[in-house]
Design a protein around this ligand. Structure first.
Ligand SMILES: Nc1ncnc2c1ncn2[C@@H]1O[C@H](COP(=O)(O)OP(=O)(O)OP(=O)(O)O)[C@@H](O)[C@H]1O
Ligand SMILES: [Mg+2]
Length: 301
């Protein structure tokens, strides 16, 4: 079976900066794949290449087996990092405008606009111009716009970056519904919890290539730990000596001292093992995608 999206050997440079240096990624129909990595690593560039908004220097992007072209554009819906909405148009007018761009007939446009206004809960905001909607509602409308031509592949660039917790959860519920209906999704996010919640697989981008790829559970299982102990200490040297003696690798995640525990342990066992080593507080956490990300991308100095 042909993958819905197949990226191979993708290269893109801007001036002297080689952003993508041979990126390979395959997304099967029905998957939700998250492309994660630090600011400037080339996530949006990759999405722009998939959507045919940029030209690659080398490599190939195939959508349902076809190279990116105006024909493949019908298969892809794109929700860019910066809103593409027309601020002065009403929600339904925005939907209608993008439906026209995709060449939908008048009857189909009307049906699709009505359906999306209803399904995305936009009807109470029908009289508010897009630029006056809250960030959360603008993001919902952007998602609806990306779906107006019923694409098979939905490309979302940081879909919930500027929205509050409740709006984010509402977006997640909408995305769940799309996944359940079989839409294939490629998204970027800086929120590891969002990736863990939404993505069937996660790709970590570094140095212009995919540095690690797998389900969130697979990526977590690559962290050499059963659990992570987060510590506060009044005597760091003593704590580090004890950790070394116990065979616990030490990390500083976001400046916070952490130990990777090679065996699962209770909080009481951890506290006892650290007794007399200057530790003033301990909390025990399961290994999360955040730890996997920091380990894989080498940000865990
Ligand atoms: N059109 C362009 N012209 C020149 N440089 C560009 C252009 N687009 C992107 N870049 C540069 O390419 C690099 C990758 O940018 P990109 O937007 O793909 O990163 P990103 O991973 O999406 O980052 P963020 O997490 O901040 O959104 C950055 O250094 C950026 O400045
Ligand atoms: Mg970006």
């Amino acid at each position: 079976m042909t993958a819905l999206l197949q990226i191979s050997g993708l290269r893109k440079r801007f001036g002297a900066r080689a952003v993508l240096q041979g990126l390979d990624l395959t997304v099967e129909a029905g998957e939700t794949v998250g492309l994660l990595g630090p600011n400037g690593c080339g996530k949006s560039t990759t999405l722009n290449l998939v959507c045919g908004l940029l030209q690659a220097d080398a490599g190939q992007v195939l959508i349902a087996g076809q190279p990116v072209s105006p024909r493949s554009a019908a298969l892809v819906g794109y929700c860019p990092q910066d809103s593409a909405l027309y601020r002065d148009l009403l929600p339904a007018e925005n939907l209608d405008f993008f439906a026209r761009l995709h060449g939908l007939s008048a009857a189909r446009r009307k049906a699709r606009v009505d359906e999306l206004m209803q399904r995305f809960g936009l009807l109470p905001h029908a009289a508010t111009r897009a630029g006056r909607l809250s960030s959360g509602w603008q993001q919902r409308l952007s998602l609806a716009v990306a779906l107006v031509h019923a694409p098979r592949l939905l490309v979302l660039d940081e879909p919930s970056s500027a929205v509050d917790l409740q709006a984010r959860q509402a977006l997640w519920t909408l995305i769940d519904g799309l996944r359940a209906a079989g839409t294939t999704i490629l998204l970027t996010t800086h929120q590891l919890a969002e990736a863990e919640r939404l993505c069937s697989r996660v790709a970590l981008l570094q140095g212009g290539r995919i540095a690690a790829l797998g389900t969130p559970a697979q990526l977590c299982s690559r962290v050499p730990a059963q659990a992570v102990a987060q510590l506060q200490t009044a005597d760091e040297a003593a704590t580090l000596r004890r950790a070394a003696a116990l065979g616990w690798a030490v990390r500083r995640y976001g400046g916070q001292l952490c130990c990777l525990l090679p065996l699962s342990a209770t909080l009481r066992e951890v506290v006892e093992a650290l007794d007399g080593a200057g530790v003033t507080a301990v909390s025990l956490q399961p290994v999360t995608l955040e730890h996997a990300y920091l380990e894989a991308l080498g940000a865990a100095a």
